[in-house]
Design a binder for this molecule. Structure first.
Ligand SMILES: [Zn+2]
Length: 447
């Protein structure tokens, strides 16, 4: 049997094990679900990987009380390269259960897809790893390390664990399997992530509320000032315009088709997409400001009064390669510069998260491109991601020579984090084949 056939024959086991794992409600938030659920999931993962050669698999205690599953599996000789396999076993809460068409913690097949919370993010990727290793059997030509964390969706304590335990996870190539293709059947790796910084801005203009009849017209209105300031953060096309921040970058990889984006984002008929670039430019390469919240009188309970002070919380997404802290500083300077009428402006910057850009020229990228091409019968493309994954920065900083590869089964139809999450079993099979072929080729490319 070749690898593809072996993986096909392993999919029944993959399904029943994914069902076991999905049935464990491993939401890493003791206020919502009992912590025993996460402990059971950790144990399940430990046992499963012990069964595919990680005989030393163990549970490492993190600072947030969660447990990460760690392990090693030695290759045929010590000179072969080391590959670290990553996933997480904790899941998002199901949200409103009434919005689910199936039971969230019961893996259910509908129309060829498997539905359930975590079916893709990230338990589907755990089954991808297991299926790849089972298909290879004894024939794994590299050294392997494993980390499956238990609080990725909440506190993300692994980020703080890595620098102090660098030797445990040190590897030449790291498969960060918490991502996916742009569409099922079309192989891709994610090579860039935007950075992020939140800014809270406060505007003050008056000692207290004033009657809008008596004073309105001449009295400086803090809310009107804030609205005017926020309006300068976008131009007529909707591009983000922060002084001193480039907004003309062009995405060099695969395009994000506008029709796919409209569908993925649920944009209503007749409403335009924003910006003067392509969708991939706008969401992967350029800065974006989102107004997350405004403190001002709510409509219900409001009276005929001029607002003396108002605040807004802004979320700034920063292109990879731009320092998030410097970009946040530019946003703050911009807000001060555009404030009208001499209103008092104060701003606070929350700790920023940097963007990430993968190094794509090395042997691991060569091997993954070849593996994806063979598994899918078409060439691999490169994608960006508008959000940030702090772990990627920590791994890149801790292991500057390692190649990080972001991939997995989380294509857009999986609806990760939303109700009705699902996974396409064909993606689990094709990505498991990719991973198995990668492990074979990478040893050959390196030697
Ligand atoms: Zn995830």
């Amino acid at each position: 049997m070749d690898l593809r056939e072996r993986i096909a024959s392993l999919m029944r086991q993959a399904r029943s094990e994914l069902a076991e794992l999905v049935a464990i409600r491993s939401v890493a938030d003791p206020r919502q679900f009992p912590p025993e659920e996460c402990a059971r999931a950790a144990q399940w993962v430990r046992d499963a990987f012990a069964g595919v050669g990680f005989s030393d698999a163990w549970l490492a205690q993190m600072a947030d009380e969660s447990q990460a599953v760690l392990g090693t599996r030695r290759g045929p000789d010590p000179d072969t390269p080391t590959v670290l396999l990553y996933a997480h076993y904790d899941v998002q809460p199901p949200l409103n259960e009434a919005d689910w068409r199936t039971q969230p913690f019961e893996l259910t097949e509908v129309g060829g897809r498997w539905y359930g919370r975590g079916a893709a993010d990230c338990k589907g990727n755990i089954l991808m790893h297991l299926t790849a290793l089972r298909a290879l059997g004894e024939e794994v030509p590299v050294n392997l390390k494993l980390v499956v964390e238990g609080s990725e969706e909440t506190t993300g304590a692994l980020v703080d664990f890595v620098p102090g335990h660098a030797d445990l996870l040190r590897a030449d190539a790291i498969l960060v399997c918490d991502a996916g293709n742009a569409a099922a059947g079309h192989p891709a790796v994610t090579v860039s992530l935007r950075g992020v910084a939140d800014v809270v801005v406060h505007v003050e203009a008056l000692a207290s509320e004033l009657h809008s009849g008596t004073f309105g017209g001449a009295a400086p209105d803090a809310l009107a000032a804030l609205v005017a300031m926020l309006a300068t953060l976008r131009d007529g096309r909707g591009s983000t315009t922060v002084r001193g921040l480039d907004n003309t970058q062009v995405w060099p990889g695969a395009p994000y088709p506008p029709e796919a984006f409209r569908a993925d984002a649920g944009v209503l008929d007749g409403v335009s997409l924003l910006g003067d670039g392509t969708v991939s430019d706008m969401v992967w390469s350029r800065p974006a400001v989102t107004i997350l919240g405004i403190d001002c009188p709510p409509v219900l309970g409001s009276t005929a009064a001029i607002t003396p002070r108002a605040s807004a919380r802004l979320n700034l997404r920063v292109p990879p390669g731009t320092q998030a802290g410097e970009a946040a500083q530019a946003l703050v300077s911009h807000l001060h510069a555009v404030a009208p009428w001499g209103v008092h402006v104060k701003a606070e910057i929350a700790p920023p998260g940097s963007g990430f850009q993968a190094r794509t020229g090395g042997p691991a990228y060569q091997a993954i491109a070849a593996a994806m091409h063979e598994a899918y019968g078409q060439p691999m493309v490169t994608l960006g991601e508008g959000g940030s994954i702090p772990l990627c920065n920590v791994l890149a900083d801790t292991y500057p020579d390692a190649e990080l590869i972001l991939m997995g089964v989380e294509e857009p139809l999986t609806l990760i984090h939303a109700p009705n999450e699902s996974v396409d079993p064909a993606e689990i099979a094709a990505m498991a084949l990719t991973e198995a072929l990668f492990l074979q080729r990478y040893a050959a490319v390196r030697n």
